[in-house]
Ligand binder design. Structure first.
Ligand code: ADP
Ligand code: MG
Ligand code: MG
Length: 901
């Protein structure tokens, strides 16, 4: 239905509604569903919805309402009054209403609901007569003044609480429920004084004035700070504003045959197809969630009022069959009669998403495509993380000692160590390690890899620790500012508490909580089945995951490869469904054991002969590394990048290690210091690295190409298919590429010659320098594939270094008034800038070589919004860290569905 701007108010009631569930943008989620529930015959108290367009008008016209709005509201109110046979706030037969906000997407942070609107000293008398319940009427009036004062007029909540408490104290009463009519009247008179003191006006007695004040307050709340922050954090964009729902009150607080409750049509935590809910008798509105009394589980309603219980169960089926998804609903029972106050698609854990969607497919309620389109890709990795055992926490009554950012999901428990070396050392002995550092750097990677969890006291969600930990699937809590690490003394303090090296610490990467004690940890069942420690038939979670990924596989078009440098990572990625390696960073293989010594020797060499000797030491190690990786890939393609980082990264930067190295290599400490000085660069990111290394020292390239090709032939000889793809990094000019390719070909041909056997291979490049994107056609003459290295491409295109951007980038994307970038460009590709270069280079590349293979590696490869973009521009694959492979596969399928619409 096309929205008609001449109409701002939509009625619902008595089985008829002007709105429908599809009109969420216009009526908000709450309003659209109240209309829908009315139309399908559910018992909804009648009312009307003022559209989001009215809110937009209000916000863009200095807080003025559209001209005809007042008339429209009054006319629709008359219709409501006729339907109800009562008049708003009338002295004889009063209609009372609630005023509820509600945007297209559910959004805590906006204005709270005002209940019982329409009451004043006259209508409260009428309510007494009508309800024959004096206490109920005065209590409703008391609640109304407090809610209206607090929510509409910003009177400090505690001022009302103080007034209430003073009456309780003077009458020697503890609970609200103990207050009698006289007490309540006294509370009300004190409330009215509070109200006047803070607003400089009398409490409005005219019901219509109350109504319009409340409507305007809802409109204003759209742009309050809480609401803006919430929209930003949850990436809610492009909405007009909030709708306002004005709805006839029903009372759950009319005595023991009345009540109120909330329910889910399935379990929001596990997804089990089981009616799940809570209620309280003699209660109103938020009492159930406010925790004043402990609510009862929904099954027990059977005993209290079987008729209402059965009606609710029936409504549960009606709603699921109508909406084809799990619903979250609110209901109220007034003197034994059931009313529905809200329904919406239920928020749930990713575990619940998975199970509910798979079961709905099997029940025939939805098709596979619908299931795939709904499960939130951004949450998918939580399925694989280990979890802290909640029973353990509650049984031992363990309290958190600090809180940081939930940087990488999962629970972990272990002994704390403060350096990566120490972590490695004790992990080898079989100890569980929690690595605690002020912040981490690339040197800490090995230590992080062996740790169960990582904690940093500094750094945000895109800090080194956070990014690397997420990539590894290692739980991480970053930016725990209360933690003060003393690396020298091997201690850490959290406020008053002090911890020594080796003490227990438990962390919850789902929430960011830190516990100073041992807590049991359970690994994800999916991971347990994949690595063979659990049987598939014993894990319902795994079975559902497997079914779901089959739906995904049927839909997705993009290949999903992984960025992996070790056989262990490759195996993990393959079990997660990776199609191959998109980026194997050879330098990561140079850090372990003897390798780092040989590479240091190579760097310190004074001439070609010494350098080649060092490279010859490296060759067999590198070759066997590749062999293991190729075996693990079992027939899948592997893009191997030649040496990329600046050489100084391999040299030790502390005094002791320099001494050790000098001793080891039989050179002087001075020589090492001098070499380090020589290699020093002001801007290493733009320095002597990438293909520039291969151009100055072709012998490095030759050793690496030899290792790759010999390993390929060796593994091929074992009967395993190998598809090697050699990737030249940081090319900006086709001549650089052609130079490197020529040297590579020489090596490859000589190997084929020597061994009288050959293998198919590809040589291509990483596109990560803007110049390469612009001249991609020239490069494509010789390059057989492009892999977009979007980390460097972003740094060089936007002109900021990832390592230094933290100081301002937060403001660029986090501040409400400075949205210079929609998203962190290192997490989600900057579509209009970097994305444009990717698209252009793809086009140029294909114009010269139509069969050129195009992919993307780098952090962005696992980001759902980036993957959507890659699908749109027709890349062949994305590549991401092993733990993101399932997310990327899901996002790839979702991109197909989304882009078909
Ligand atoms: P939220 O969006 O925060 O859930 P709601 O508008 O749904 O806010 O309302 C808050 C509480 O007030 C809910 O428990 C709801 O059921 C109750 N409520 C809202 N309108 C009415 C009404 N007309 N009669 C009775 N209870 C109501
Ligand atoms: Mg609600
Ligand atoms: Mg790069």
């Amino acid at each position: 239905m096309k929205p008609n701007k001449e109409k701002y108010v939509y009625f619902f009631g008595d089985g008829k509604a002007e709105g429908t569930a599809t009109m969420k943008d216009l009526l908000g989620g709450k309003g659209a569903n109240l209309a829908e529930m009315t139309s399908i015959g559910l018992p909804v108290p009648p009312g009307f919805t003022i559209s989001t367009e009215a809110c937009e008008y209000f916000n863009t016209h200095n807080g003025n309402l559209p001209k005809q709005l007042e008339d429209e509201v009054l006319n629709t109110l008359t219709r409501l009054e006729e339907t109800m046979g009562a008049k708003l706030g009338d002295n004889e037969n009063p209609l009372l209403v609630s005023v509820r906000s509600g945007a297209a997407q559910s959004m805590p942070g906006m204005m709270d609901t005002v209940l019982n609107l329409g009451l004043n000293l006259n209508s409260v008398e009428a309510l007494i007569k009508k309800s024959k319940n004096e206490r109920f009427a005065w209590d409703s009036y008391r609640r109304f003044i407090q809610m209206f004062g607090d929510v509409v007029m910003d009177v400090p909540h505690h001022e009302f609480e103080k007034a209430l408490q003073s009456v309780k104290d003077e009458t020697d009463k503890v609970f609200d429920t103990e207050l009698n009519v006289d007490d309540l009247k006294e509370v009300i008179s004190r409330y009215l004084v509070v109200y006047k003191r803070f607003t400089n006006e009398e409490f409005p007695t005219d019901p219509k004035a109350q109504l319009f004040k409340a409507i305007i307050a809802v409109f204003n709340s759209w742009n309050n700070e809480r609401a803006i922050k919430y929209r930003q954090m949850n990436d809610i964009r492009g909405l007009l504003g909030t709708a306002v729902n004005v709805q006839t009150m029903v009372f759950g607080n009319m005595g023991d045959t009345s009540g109120t409750g909330v329910a889910f049509t399935r379990d929001p935590s596990t997804g089990e197809n089981n009616f799940y809910g809570e209620y309280l008798m003699n209660a109103q509105g938020e009492d159930v969630v406010a925790g004043i009394r402990t609510p009862k589980s929904i099954e027990t309603l059977k005993n209290v009022n079987p008729k209402v219980y059965n009606q609710l169960v029936e409504i549960r089926d009606i709603l699921e069959n109508h909406y084809h998804d799990m619903q979250d609903l609110e209901f109220t029972i007034q003197e034994g009669k059931l009313f529905m106050l809200q329904t919406r698609n239920g928020k749930r854990t990713v575990f619940s998403w998975l199970r509910s969607q798979v079961e709905m497919v099997e029940e025939g309620l939805i098709d596979e495509k619908t299931a795939v389109s709904r499960v939130p890709a951004g949450e998918f990795n939580k399925l694989f993380a280990p979890i802290l055992d909640n029973n353990d926490i509650s049984n031992k009554n363990i309290k958190e000692v600090a809180k940081g950012l939930n940087a990488s999901p999962g629970g972990a428990c272990g002994h704390i160590y403060f350096t990566a070396d120490k972590a490695e050392e004790v992990a080898k002995l079989g100890k569980s390690v929690i690595l605690v550092r002020t912040e981490t750097s690339p040197e800490d990677i090995q230590g992080m890899a062996v740790s169960k969890g990582v904690v940093t006291s500094r750094g945000g969600m895109t800090s080194h620790a956070a990014v690397v930990a997420r990539g590894m699937g290692c739980p991480c809590v970053s930016g725990v500012s209360e933690i003060i690490v003393n690396e020298k003394k091997k201690t850490m303090n959290i406020g008053e508490l002090s911890f020594n090296e080796g003490d227990y610490l438990s962390i919850d990467g789902f929430s960011g909580a830190i516990y100073g004690e041992k807590i049991a940890v359970k690994p994800s069942e999916i991971v347990q089945v994949l690595d063979g420690t659990m049987k598939e038939e014993d894990s319902l979670l795994f079975k559902n995951y497997n079914k779901f990924m089959n739906y995904v596989e049927d839909i997705k078009q993009l290949g999903v490869r992984t960025n992996a440098d070790t056989p262990k990572d490759v195996k993990m990625a393959v079990s997660f469904g990776a199609d191959g390696i998109g980026l194997c960073r050879t330098e990561h293989m140079f850090f372990g054991g003897q390798r780092i010594q040989s590479i240091r020797k190579m760097i310190l060499a004074d001439n070609l002969i010494e350098r080649e000797a060092a490279l010859n030491e490296l060759l067999p190690m590198q070759r066997s590394d590749f062999e293991e990786i190729f075996r693990a890939l079992d027939g899948r393609a592997a893009t191997v990048r030649l040496l990329d980082p600046p050489l100084h990264e391999f040299l030790p930067n502390d005094h002791t290690s320099r001494h050790e190295l000098a001793l080891d290599l039989g050179v002087s400490v001075e020589k090492i210091a001098q070499k380090i000085t020589e290699l020093h660069e002001f801007n290493p990111m733009l320095g002597f690295r990438g293909c520039r290394l291969a151009i100055i020292y072709p012998e490095i390239l030759k050793m690496q190409v030899r290792a790759i090709i010999e390993a390929s032939l060796n593994v091929q000889a074992e009967g395993v298919k190998v598809i090697p793809e050699i990737m030249i990094p940081l090319v900006g000019n086709y001549k650089e590429f052609n130079f490197c390719k020529k040297h590579a070909l020489e090596v490859i041909e000589s190997i084929f010659e020597e061994r009288k056997e050959s293998i198919e291979y590809k040589i291509g490049t990483m596109i990560e320098v803007p110049r390469a994107s612009i001249t991609a056609d020239e490069i494509a003459h010789e390059a057989e594939f492009f892999s977009f290295g979007t980390n460097d491409l972003t740094q060089m295109t936007c002109g900021f270094s990832r390592d230094d951007a933290a100081s301002f980038l937060g403001h660029y994307v986090g501040d409400t008034d400075k949205q210079f970038y929609d998203y962190d460009p290192f997490a989600t590709i900057d579509i209009d800038g970097v994305g444009k270069l990717v698209q252009m280079a793809s086009k140029l590349g294909r114009s010269v070589r139509p069969t050129i293979k195009l992919g993307i590696c780098g952090e962005h490869g696992g980001d759902p919004k980036t993957i959507d973009f890659c699908q749109k521009i027709g890349l062949n694959y994305v590549s991401c860290s092993p733990f993101r492979v399932p997310i990327a596969r899901l996002a790839a399928a979702q991109a197909v569905i989304k882009n078909k619409k």
